[in-house]
Design a protein around this ligand. Structure first.
Ligand code: AMP
Length: 290
């Protein structure tokens, strides 16, 4: 039975009850902003397969939204989230308000996401990643988890969290979970609920572009970008924010002659909804036409 903690005291109490019940062994956390879907469920399932107990955090973090973004209209489906957590055997759901997480108001001292935090998503959403890594640091402290599961869907966020954990010596294992997609390929996202039927078919263009890019990997970096761009430009309902190939180790944008594993990342607006997606590709050692 999933227990629900809303305050810090409840969290401390229910966490210690949980530890007493399950005995020793790693505790996992899955951090979410609520509006849970099958992508979140996959994180929970992977966490359950390895951990003694699983905690989920359900917190819409104001610190990672800039003015004018969708904080106020972000979907809130707490009853459904709790039902899903119960179905998935989550031990403890921590669902605090901003006042519980930030009792003194916005934190004066924050974690800096560094140079990579200002690229791509960070360039389009200034301050976003400082807000993300700050709340992740707090939630790691509050939950005391030894395992933390994050989705590859948010590849830059995942990279920054792994970097923070290493750079700042957090004692937690970060586990990446592949992107869960709808049968037609659309990456699941809480923001998909904003999409009308017409928007949704435009949104699928992002995935189609990534697949086209991946298929063009024998043509090298420029071939990949050209193929993906052509698909994105074929759909007038999609307004591109960025399309980039980065080195998965450093998150630096790769140069034309690059070979090896690369992350093809896209961000675009469909109507007023901003969506992101990515795939991992491999650019072979001797691209065609090189
Ligand atoms: P969010 O609630 O959107 O902040 O996401 C919470 C966690 O779920 C993050 O680690 C996301 O990367 C992950 N996540 C969201 N959507 C997906 C998906 N389609 N597949 C895998 N993980 C996801």
């Amino acid at each position: 039975m999933t227990k629900v903690a809303e305050t810090r005291n409840e969290l401390v109490q229910l966490r210690s009850d949980m530890v007493a019940e399950v005995g020793s062994g790693p505790i996992a956390v899955v951090m979410t902003m609520g509006a849970l879907h099958a992508g979140h469920v996959e994180l929970i399932r992977q966490a359950r397969s390895r951990a003694r107990a699983v905690m989920v955090t359900d917190f819409l973090n104001p610190l990672q939204f800039a003015a004018g973004e969708d904080l106020s209209k972000y979907p809130r489906t707490f009853d459904n989230d709790l039902t899903l957590c119960r179905q998935e055997g989550v031990d403890l759901l921590f669902a605090p308000t901003p006042e519980v997480v930030y009792p003194d108001g916005e934190p004066v001292v924050r974690v800096s996401s560094g140079p990579v935090g200002n690229l791509l998503e960070g360039d389009s959403r200034p301050g976003h990643f400082d807000g993300v890594v700050t709340v992740v640091a707090k939630m790691l402290h509050l939950t005391g988890a030894q395992l933390a599961y994050f989705g590859q869907k948010d590849a830059q966020q995942l990279w920054l969290i792994k970097q923070m954990v290493g750079d700042l010596d957090f004692s937690v294992d970060v586990i990446a979970v592949p992107t869960v997609r709808a049968p037609d390929g659309l990456a699941l996202s809480s923001r998909n609920t904003y999409l009308s039927d017409v928007d949704r078919s435009c949104a699928l263009t992002l995935y189609r572009a990534l697949v086209s890019g991946a298929d063009a990997s024998p043509l090298g970096v420029e071939g990949v970008l050209r193929a993906a761009t052509a698909v994105l430009e074929s759909e007038p309902g999609v307004r591109l924010d960025y399309l980039e190939l980065v080195d998965p180790e450093t998150f630096e944008v790769v140069k034309p002659g690059y070979r090896g594993q690369a992350l093809l990342l896209v961000a675009a607006f469909v109507g007023t909804t901003r969506l992101i997606d990515n795939v991992i590709i491999r650019i072979p050692a001797t691209p065609d036409g090189a």
